[in-house]
Design a binder for this molecule. Structure first.
Ligand code: ZN
Length: 167
């Protein structure tokens, strides 16, 4: 038997796995049989060996040292919000707050249509319904299709809490 330090690439959870051999591990990994005990992700990799770190030290959450872009992780998903942990200059913070406020103001006169955004925009574009400002959710594909049809849509710079989900 052989023990491997493993980590899931999604969250960097560290755990140990026992295998008959390296081939055994590679085989099970390829078939998605090796899963993270904490989140169940099958996207599991051998963690970088750190023999100097005592086992008990593995309690803290650790991150993989470099992002791994496997074929599984390159599946187009819902675009995530841009985030940063870099300190922002006060002017930038002020600007962001002003922008966020502008968006809030603009959306006051706009109707939330949720997941029916594409449908509603299209209906207005083709004159099937009264034109009015709306905002809602659309997938990247939907937004692209709308633009191709000449329907003017724009992504909102700030996330919007859908009505009814605020609490
Ligand atoms: Zn995990």
């Amino acid at each position: 038997m052989i023990v491997f330090d493993l980590s899931c690439s999604a969250h960097g959870h560290r755990f140990e796995g026992w295998f008959g051999s390296s081939e055994d591990f590679a085989n099970q990994q390829a078939r998605g049989l090796v899963t993270c005990p904490q989140c169940g992700s099958a996207d599991v990799l051998k963690a970088p060996m750190a023999p100097a770190v005592p086992r008990k030290g593995n309690q803290q959450p650790s991150r993989p040292t470099e992002p791994i872009a496997g074929p599984e992780t390159s599946v187009p998903a819902v675009p995530s919000q841009m985030v940063t942990n870099a300190p922002m200059p006060p002017e930038a913070v002020k600007m962001m707050q002003a922008l966020a406020k502008m968006q809030t103001e603009a959306l006051k006169s706009s109707r939330w249509v949720g997941g029916k955004f594409a449908e509603e925009s299209r209906a207005m574009h083709y004159g099937e319904s009264e034109a009015e400002p709306i905002h809602g959710e659309a997938t990247l594909d939907e937004a692209r299709a709308l633009l191709e049809e000449g329907v003017e849509v724009a992504p909102l710079p700030f996330p919007v809490v859908p009505p009814g989900k605020a609490n």
